[in-house]
Design a protein around this ligand. Structure first.
Ligand code: ZN
Length: 438
């Protein structure tokens, strides 16, 4: 998770974001300033009501997200158009009272995340940033986490972030269970929060304006999605770009040659560290087979075995984690390890891309939709509306099939002209994805 956040923060900082650390506790009256926002979080907030033995006069919320804390400060920080745009992010924990059964990494009450918040002078700039955030997340998920099983959608009106005008989301499709995991969101908040908190700026002509704002975030759910996508029966397979240990060297000690083999293994690990940035030598007193299994389970992308024959010929046996193929290389050719890691990254991306390609199926009737969901796939269906008038149809899908309308594909919008809503039969205006969710 550390490596994933670091990659993201590099992108955010290059884009001019500054890191902040915000308070964890929010007084009730501040949380209630934006009415839709508090309503949306009402059932999810943890409250602190007591300090020591004393009852508190005002309840304090454990932040479910940080918008209100920031806007409270923006009112004094932002005075002029010259103060804009402002782009901030924090890596922190937020708390949400989940009433459904919790699941490790996917549905938790203490969420470890990275949230960013920006304020812009114009709506156009603000929306541009909302889209830019999606691009950062796509790059992070696709290229770095090798999660190409990714749907990028605009959420329907009934599923927006509390207080947002538009919400965009990235959902990861999990082949194993046929469910999707929301791994990132980006929200256009319009002027709702700046107006609610009285954040106004002076324009060059002396008049005042309400600026526009947005927020976006990803959480430890991405790690859950990554484990569910890239594992096999043996254990985890980590994409090399985020693996904390890129390679492990396991010496296969042979009676009478222990010292020599160990010396050679040290030479190999030194070379791999230099080439890959990180590699470890496993000298624990266990059998080599036990060590192979141990590091495979941990998902380390590459294993280097060094035995008596390797010592004799100055070779190394490389085993890649994804395909478990073996390759014997000369010590001088260890540079190939780098190519193998790149190939593993490529392979994991390909695999996850295929998972999604195989999963998306068109449904024209509720029966077809039911069948697709039962086969653990994602359905693309014609739908009446993603505005509030479509909510009833979405509710029916939820009640009958325990699945949800994820939204409209942001990258690939095709015309629904001539089609009819799969639920109510009215003329369809959009194609939406329907899937079971975590
Ligand atoms: Zn409908």
């Amino acid at each position: 998770m550390e490596n994933i956040f670091r990659e993201l923060e590099k992108m955010l900082e290059e884009d001019g974001h500054q890191k902040v650390l915000l308070p964890l506790l929010i007084p009730e009256d501040i949380l209630a300033v934006e009415s839709e926002h508090i309503k949306g979080f009402e059932e999810e907030v943890f409250w602190i009501t007591q300090g020591g033995n004393e009852q508190l006069e005002r309840r304090l919320a454990l932040r479910p997200t940080s918008e209100v804390i920031l806007y409270y400060m923006f009112r004094s920080w932002l005075r002029s158009y010259k103060d804009l745009p402002v782009k901030l992010y924090q890596r922190a924990e937020v708390f949400r009272y989940e009433t459904k059964a919790t699941r490790p990494l996917l549905r938790v009450r203490q969420v470890y995340w990275n949230e960013a918040h920006c304020v812009h002078l114009t709506e156009e700039e603000c929306m541009h940033q909302v889209m830019k955030a999606i691009e950062f997340y796509e790059k992070l998920f696709r290229e770095i986490c090798a999660l190409e099983n990714l749907l990028v959608v605009e959420r329907p009106a009934w599923d927006r972030f509390a207080g947002a005008e538009r919400t965009f989301a990235l959902d990861c499709y999990i082949e194993l269970t046929g469910r999707t995991v929301q791994v990132g969101t980006s929200h256009h908040l319009g002027q709702k929060f700046t107006k609610a908190f009285g954040v106004r700026v002076k324009l060059p002509d002396g008049s005042e304006a309400w600026p526009y704002s947005n927020s976006y975030g990803i959480s430890c759910r991405v790690l859950g999605a990554l484990i569910l996508t890239h594992s096999d029966d043996v254990g985890l397979i980590l994409p090399p770009r985020i693996a904390p240990v890129k390679a492990v060297v396991v010496p296969i000690l042979y009676k009478g040659k222990e010292e020599e083999i160990l010396e050679y293994a040290k030479e190999v690990v030194g070379q791999l560290q230099e080439l890959l940035g990180s590699a470890v030598l496993d000298t624990r007193e266990e059998r080599p087979g036990w060590k192979f299994y141990y590091w495979e389970m941990k998902g380390v992308p590459l294993r280097a075995e060094v035995g008596p024959k390797d010592l004799e010929n100055r070779t190394v046996t490389l085993v890649r984690r994804d395909t478990r193929e073996k390759l014997c290389v000369k010590f001088e050719e260890l540079g190939k390890a780098k190519d193998i890691l790149e190939d593993i990254q490529r392979n994991l991306r390909e695999r996850s891309k295929k998972m999604l390609e195989n999963a998306i199926k068109l449904a024209r009737t509720m029966e077809e939709l039911e069948k697709i969901l039962a086969e653990k796939k994602v359905a693309l269906v014609p739908f009446c509306s993603t505005n509030l008038e479509g909510k009833e149809c979405a509710e029916k899908i939820k009640q009958q099939l325990a699945a949800e309308v994820l939204g409209v594909d942001l990258r690939n919008q095709k015309s629904a002209a001539g089609k009819r809503c799969i639920v109510c039969g009215k003329p369809a205006t959009v194609w939406v994805y329907v899937a079971k969710k975590y």
